[in-house]
Design a protein around this ligand. Structure first.
Ligand code: AMP
Ligand code: MG
Length: 405
């Protein structure tokens, strides 16, 4: 049986970024990955710019020991600089305004006193040339790459892209992910189950997982455990970039998902991984559509999503890495366990004084989703019969960006 790492390597080896598209820089583009180098169309700042409210002067005058300047005019942000400054002259200038030619230094208004007859007095002998001035092109030069291919569009990238005049960019789109649940026992959340039925928790859970991972979820509904019902919905799901199925992949008589996928010529890359929970997980492809058969037990579905689906969605979306985050944390309490497959145990990860700490959550296995509501991560327990002691260095799979509740 494949190890988790081998299964991940198989997936990562098959996933290519989706075709880039032109997208407007609207809020829907937050978090997308840029698919082009965006060059600046101008020098930034486009002129020598005052960084303080004060007086623009020639530093040569300061070097020559001059303390009193004749104020010849005012320049506000948005106004043109006007004629060059002559020796002994100053202009009153506002933050963001252009310096006139020959001026190269701005004296903060707080450091000056106004004197009679439009004059300003300045005492400091230590102001150097260039103080409080951002020279033309210091932020970026025309033609220089302002935001590079592969950059994730965060607020700061939006700001720079707008600065260089972009309202659209080439970016990798969000993957469309169909979610299809299987099971004769399932009813939707809005319904009251009979004695032999349960509500479909995995559908909403996987839809939420897709959304959190940056994909566009499309919920297809419940397929019953017969070939015809499965065929109908699988056909639809294969139109998406990714099809997620929940349930029906293990070895039971009514576990028909592998057979239906075979009918549709989905090429299976693996079926079963040495892990707990989640062993029956299946991965295949057809015409570029990635197909994941996730086991129906809720925690199995969730763990398989985090280990295999979320990284695949990142790669489809053009991210450079699969983003699986395993950290080493200090175990807070003794923990004894026995397992014959690498186990992902719900855990609470925290950081104290810069060091990761982890506590394992009481858990009775793959059906116990309630325990996972108390968790923010999964401790990775190797095969064995082990009595871990507090202080043990424990590998933990992070699944949440922010760890606080
Ligand atoms: P399966 O993988 O289809 O054999 O299902 C394994 C277990 O998960 C069974 O107890 C199912 O009832 C349960 N299960 C399957 N699908 C869902 C679902 N969508 N929501 C909640 N539980 C499910
Ligand atoms: Mg089933």
């Amino acid at each position: 049986m494949l190890s988790v790492a081998e299964a991940q390597a198989l997936i990562f080896g098959h996933v290519r970024p989706l075709a880039a598209q032109t997208v407007p820089l609207s809020s829907a583009a937050v978090g997308l990955v840029l698919a082009e180098d965006v060059a600046s169309d101008l020098d930034m700042p486009p002129f020598d710019k005052a960084l303080m409210d004060g007086f623009a002067v020639r530093s040569a005058d300061l070097a020559a020991g001059r303390h009193v300047f004749e104020v010849v005019r005012e320049i506000m942000a948005g106004q043109v600089a006007g004629p060059p400054l002559e020796a002994g002259q100053a202009v009153r200038i506002m933050t963001g305004a252009p310096l006139p030619a020959a001026a190269d230094t701005v004296i903060m208004v707080e450091r000056t006193r106004t004197a009679e007859g439009n004059r300003v007095h300045f005492d400091d002998n230590f102001t150097r040339a260039g103080t409080n001035v951002l020279g033309r092109g210091r932020e970026m030069r025309q033609g220089e790459v302002a935001v590079g291919k592969g950059a994730v569009l965060r607020p700061q990238e939006f700001g720079v892209l707008a600065t260089v005049g972009r309202t659209t960019v080439m970016a990798y789109p969000r993957p469309q992910v169909s979610v299809l649940c299987t099971g004769d026992e399932l009813v939707e959340a809005s319904q009251v189950p009979s004695q032999s039925q349960i509500r479909n928790g995995n559908g909403p859970m996987l839809v939420a997982s897709v959304a959190r991972a940056g994909g566009i979820p499309k919920y297809l509904g419940i397929a019953r455990d017969n070939m015809e019902s499965l065929r109908q919905l699988v056909r639809q799901g294969l139109e998406s970039h990714v099809l997620l199925l929940s349930g029906g992949v293990s070895a039971g008589q009514r576990d028909l998902v592998p057979a239906v996928l075979q009918e549709f010529a989905v090429q299976a890359h693996f079926h079963k991984v040495a892990m707990k929970p989640g062993k029956p997980v299946l991965f295949g492809m057809r015409n570029g559509c990635l197909v994941f058969g996730l086991p129906g037990n809720p925690v199995s579905s969730l763990v398989c999503f985090e280990l295999f689906v979320r990284p695949a969605l990142r790669l489809l979306a053009g991210q450079a890495d699969a983003g699986t985050l395993v950290v080493e944390a200090v175990l807070q309490e003794d923990f004894a366990y026995r397992t014959d497959r690498q186990t992902y145990h719900p855990a609470w990860l925290d950081s104290e004084a810069g060091a990761w700490q982890v506590r394992l959550i009481p858990w009775f296995g793959s059906a116990d989703l309630m325990a996972v509501t108390q968790a923010n991560s999964f401790a990775i327990l190797p095969v064995g019969d082990n009595q871990l002691k507090a202080g043990h260095k424990q590998p933990v799979l992070r699944v949440e960006e922010r760890l606080s509740r």
